[in-house]
Write a protein that binds this ligand. Structure first.
Ligand code: F3S
Length: 77
């Protein structure tokens, strides 16, 4: 099955609408009418978008983007 899985999340309290995430990875982020970004869907990053997810997180000036990598699929909350 799949190996490592990655998710992205945006902290709406930190996001100031710089929209760099959306510019870098529109496949992974949505922006609402107020310019606040959120992860698209459930935030799961397909393997081919892992680099983009990392780049988006690194380029957010507010550090609002969290990238979570887990070794296996499944929930441990
Ligand atoms: Fe917000 Fe950062 Fe994106 S401030 S719009 S999460 S680049």
């Amino acid at each position: 099955m799949t190996g490592a899985s990655m998710r992205v999340a945006v902290d709406p309290d930190k996001c100031q609408g710089h929209n760099r995430c959306y510019a870098l990875a529109p496949e992974l982020f949505d922006v609402d009418d107020y310019g606040t970004a959120s992860a698209k869907g459930d935030g799961v990053v397909p393997p081919e978008l892992v680099d983009k997810a990392r780049r988006a997180a690194a380029n957010c000036p507010e550090y609002a983007i969290t990238v979570t990598e887990s070794a296996e699929e499944g929930s441990h909350s």
